[in-house]
Design a protein. Structure first.
Length: 235
């Protein structure tokens, strides 16, 4: 297994955001986390990333317990994140944003080769390398956010609502990139508002409600589950 969460509890003050969450993310798989707004999906991502600290439970990555580690240490272990809302540096150029992604010790020696790979993957970023990131479209900024994450040379990437606020054509491109990264061997955790697409992509999926895992199965199985279809697909 690549990533294992065991009985994870997370609180914001006295309010419990995650309650006994247990899940596994096998190496090389796509695992989707679905649920309504406020279910705890982003909290789950933030806790794995080291932004939030669990009160109880374990987070193990390739056998190493990482629960409560600072985020920079989690990143340097090989876990990347493409955050909700993109969170690029608007006053820096495209190239400078990408350079920021390569500041991790694990990534520095590979920076030049990785940058060439990202420009090949996202030709628009190569064309606009000297443009201020804040002046680009939302879709271009999302590509930059993905590229910056890849500059850190991750082995597992967590996508938090990657299609949010994007035009349909750009959404298709984002999912194409996610599929391509998976085909190249990347392990992916996907939190995505488009539940149907998420389940079609996923090898396995978990349903999160009020901070608890209430159902899991293959993406295909949940896509055809009546409870999931009624709750999340409006069918």
């Amino acid at each position: 297994m690549s990533l294992v969460l065991d009985a994870l509890d997370v609180f914001y003050g006295d309010a419990q955001a995650l309650d006994g969450v247990t899940l596994t993310v096998p190496q090389g798989s796509i695992v989707a986390i679905i649920g309504a707004n406020g279910a705890g999906k982003s909290t789950l991502i933030h806790t794995i990333a080291g932004i939030e600290k669990p009160r109880r439970g374990q987070i193990r990555y390739r056998g190493t317990e990482i629960g409560g580690w600072p985020s920079h240490k989690v990143c340097n272990l090989g876990i990347g994140q493409v955050a909700e809302g993109r969170q690029i540096f608007p006053s820096l150029t495209v190239a400078e944003n990408l350079q920021m992604g390569a500041m991790l010790p694990r990534a520095r020696s590979k920076e030049k080769a990785t940058l060439e790979e990202i420009y090949a993957l996202f030709p628009r970023l190569a064309e606009r390398r000297d443009q201020l990131a804040g002046t680009m479209s939302g879709g271009e900024q999302q590509m930059l956010a993905i590229g910056r994450c890849l500059m850190g040379h991750p082995e597992l990437i967590m996508f938090d609502e990657p299609s949010l606020g994007l035009a349909p054509a750009i959404v298709q491109e984002v999912f194409r990139i996610i599929k391509l990264l998976h085909q190249r061997g990347m392990t992916i955790v996907l939190v995505e508002q488009n539940v149907a697409v998420s389940l079609k992509l996923a090898d396995h999926a978990y349903v999160l409600e009020n901070g608890r895992i209430v159902m899991d199965g293959s993406g295909e199985a949940l896509l055809h589950d009546d409870r999931v279809r009624q709750a999340y697909l409006g069918l």
